[in-house]
Design a protein around this ligand. Structure first.
Ligand SMILES: NC(=O)C1=CN([C@@H]2O[C@H](COP(=O)(O)OP(=O)(O)OC[C@H]3O[C@@H](n4cnc5c(N)ncnc54)[C@H](O)[C@@H]3O)[C@@H](O)[C@H]2O)C=CC1
Ligand SMILES: O=C(O)C(=O)Cc1ccc(O)cc1
Length: 365
């Protein structure tokens, strides 16, 4: 990886990249027009704060982690400022930004040769939070990282993108910008819209109703907590691919409304069942951990007391049994001081784990 790496934009993503690259041994410089974002990123160990006017030594690689609407400007500025550096960005949308960078070349602000040092990329990891305080160096572990080279991108730029993704333990995927934008419209932007629309329905809901909320509501609305400023830019910047997905969604919603307006009409229940089954089929296609094919894990549910140290003790016991935890989830039984821990394991290991835990005195459901 060319070094030092200059991260421009030290919010959630930029600071997480800085932390992860530092942990992998890279020299990282940090720049952000917000002095507090830059200072916090430096304080938590993501790198050394610099002024891009006189970043020294000159960066070998620039990672642009700024909001989507200024990303192209920062990419172009970086290509001009450091003629030997490779530049990549990590914004959530790709086609529009590449177009803006190419426009700058068409206007003579940078040369086509400069543009060949630029690699559009997108790590498919993040959270509904923003700012450096929420950053984690392990944010990208086992998550996809999409590289979007075009035929004229220099191989060194692609290699640098790969090196960054691998240093952060992400899995590398390649796609052109149009295929990327069409993909994220469905797998990222549509879920965000649906989460926000469902959560928006709760605004006038009485507190007594909300008190009944379980994990279904929490799961489906987590990303409704996302930063509106960022999502305005993402949705507007990828509208071309999002609108057809919304038309598909509208067709399904209209079909469901028509069916439920006459719920006992012949065929109505079959239609509802079909819609639910289509949802089952779509969900089953989401790949498992590390991009592996979808896999049905076996669930072991254990009741734990809601007291300090219980979870640690449970996982220690599972470790002693030599069984790998593929996934886990904690539910609280409303009104009781116990938690229910759902542990996902390979189906072939389920019975021995149940025996080991039961023998050790755990309450397995
Ligand atoms: N939040 C997420 O989960 C993900 C975000 N992304 C992309 O990463 C980028 C950054 O997003 P977050 O870190 O979530 O946002 P953030 O709001 O936490 O951080 C953005 C930072 O960029 C800085 N900034 C603003 N103008 C700038 C400029 N001209 N030059 C340099 N820095 C500038 C801001 O001061 C702020 O510190 C966005 O392009 C977003 O699309 C990609 C994957 C996931
Ligand atoms: O929080 C989550 O689950 C996300 O999916 C976050 C996210 C937000 C924006 C992106 O471009 C990529 C990932």
């Amino acid at each position: 990886m060319p070094q030092p790496v200059l991260v421009r934009g030290t919010g959630l993503l930029g600071t997480s990249i800085g932390l992860g690259l530092r942990a992998a041994g890279a020299e990282v410089l940090l720049a952000d027009p917000s002095p507090s974002a830059q200072a916090v990123a430096e304080d938590i160990g993501a790198g050394r704060a610099v002024d891009p006017e006189d970043a020294s030594p000159a960066p070998g690689l620039v990672v642009v982690a700024a909001p989507p609407d200024v990303t192209a400007d920062v990419v172009v500025d970086s290509l001009r400022r450091w003629p030997a550096a490779l530049v990549l960005d990590i914004a959530s949308i790709k086609g529009r930004i590449l177009e803006q960078v190419r426009d700058a070349a068409a206007r003579g602000v940078v040369s086509d040769d400069d543009v060949s040092r630029y690699l559009p990329t997108h790590p498919m990891a993040g959270s509904e939070r923003s700012g450096p305080v929420a950053a984690r160096g392990t944010l990208f572990t086992a998550s996809p990282w999409v590289l979007c080279p075009s035929p004229d991108t220099r191989p060194e730029a692609v290699a640098a993108g790969e090196a960054v993704a691998r240093a952060l333990q992400a899995t590398v995927h390649r796609m052109d910008v149009a295929a990327h934008d069409a993909s994220v419209a469905l797998i990222s932007h549509l879920p965000q819209i649906v989460a926000s629309l469902v959560a928006a329905r709760l605004q006038g809901t009485p507190d007594a109703s909300l008190a009944l909320a379980g994990n279904g509501l929490r799961d489906t609305t987590r990303i409704a907590g996302s930063d509106p400023q960022l999502w305005v830019q993402i949705l507007a910047g990828n509208a071309e691919h999002i609108v057809p997905a919304l038309h598909g969604l509208r067709a399904d919603v209209e079909r469901l409304i028509a069916t439920l307006e006459a719920p006992t009409a012949p065929g109505a229940r079959l239609d509802v069942a079909r819609l639910m089954a289509e949802g089952n089929a779509g969900r089953a296609r989401i790949p498992g951990k590390h991009g592996a094919p979808p896999q049905a894990f076996a669930l072991v549910t254990v009741i734990v007391d809601d007291t300090p140290g219980q979870l640690a003790a449970l996982f220690e016991e599972i470790g002693r049994a030599g069984v790998n935890v593929e996934d886990m989830r904690l539910d609280h039984a409303s009104g009781y001081r116990v938690g229910m821990v759902d542990v996902s394991v390979l189906p072939g290991r389920r019975d021995e784990l149940v025996s080991a835990l039961t023998d050790a005195g755990w309450k397995v459901v």
